[in-house]
Write a new protein. Structure first.
Length: 279
């Protein structure tokens, strides 16, 4: 496994494999890898000749009051995990390598006006820009994303379709702790008490999914989920919404494919979770 920090070097290395007709799988990450990332990396390893993991805390997807400076980082532990899985390249550039003179961005209309996009202005512009750069730098055939960031997956799929980027986007299921909490690098911020309180997210998700499947209305589902989360102290709901899975527009019924997504502050830590309902 090779750790590369330089764009041209990675391009050159990957070009050799591409010219031999080898397929390249990319797992974009911000590092501090956990079992959720590992599941994506294993899949990329299985389905491609060459597996690349990008490990880059992307500054332009953080708002001014967000946790860019405290976001956990551990390249050594990440490298160990990647080595164990059999990754070929870790791409871990400095921010100055990725953005030394940034003037061009990739933006997406409408789909970023709801959910995390509404709460984190500029976030999806930062995500779309860095992913487009990573797709262009690696020339990967496939890229693997966790479904926990469901709006991100929908937006990246649309960016790739609209900008004709020749890459397949592969969404992978949410990975949870045994007690239900969705894995996230931000879980490390939680105190013992907050960790316990955070279980209300998955409880709300499981209950919401059960109700949706038993023909409850959108408002009944969202109300019940709100009740579960609000009954836990230390929580502050950022949003609980049901949207059309393709457009990310508010949905009033379950007549089509829906994303039911939540963002909740547990103390100062903002966590997200979701379920997808298929009509
Ligand atoms: O999901 C993430 O970790 C990030 O948003 C991503 C896709 C790696 C872009 O920085």
């Amino acid at each position: 496994m090779k750790i590369v920090k330089n764009i041209d070097e990675l391009r050159k290395d990957l070009n050799v494999y591409r010219s031999e007709g080898k397929s390249i799988g990319l797992v974009p990450t911000m590092g501090y890898l956990h079992e959720g990332h590992a599941s994506l990396i294993r899949r990329a390893r299985e389905e491609n000749d060459i597996a690349v993991v990008s490990d880059f805390v992307n500054p332009i997807q953080f708002g001014p009051k967000e946790d860019l400076n405290t976001y956990p980082r551990d390249l050594e532990a990440d490298s160990k995990l990647c080595e164990e899985i059999g990754v070929d390249f870790i791409f871990a550039p400095e921010a100055s390598e990725m953005y030394h003179d940034r003037k061009a961005f990739v933006d997406i209309e409408d789909m970023s006006n709801n959910l995390c996009g509404a709460k984190r202005p500029g976030h999806f512009r930062g995500v779309s820009t860095v992913c487009t750069k990573l797709f262009n730098i690696t020339g990967a055939d496939r890229a693997y994303f966790g479904q926990k960031d469901a709006q991100q997956v929908a937006i990246i799929k649309k960016v790739v379709a609209d900008l004709n980027i020749p890459i397949e986007i592969i969404p992978c299921p949410i990975v949870r702790e045994d007690d239900g909490l969705a894995l996230s690098s931000r879980n490390t911020y939680l105190s013992k008490e907050e960790r316990k309180a955070a279980l209300c997210l998955s409880k709300a998700i499981f209950k919401g999914e059960e109700l949706a499947k038993s023909n409850a209305s959108v408002s009944e589902v969202l109300e019940k989920m709100k009740e579960i989360i609000s009954s836990e102290k230390l929580t502050k709901i950022d949003y609980i919404s049901a949207v059309d899975l393709a457009t990310m527009e508010d949905a009033k019924d379950f007549d089509g494919d829906r994303l039911v997504a939540i963002a909740v502050f547990i103390g100062k830590t903002r966590l997200i979770d979701n379920f997808i309902y298929r009509a």
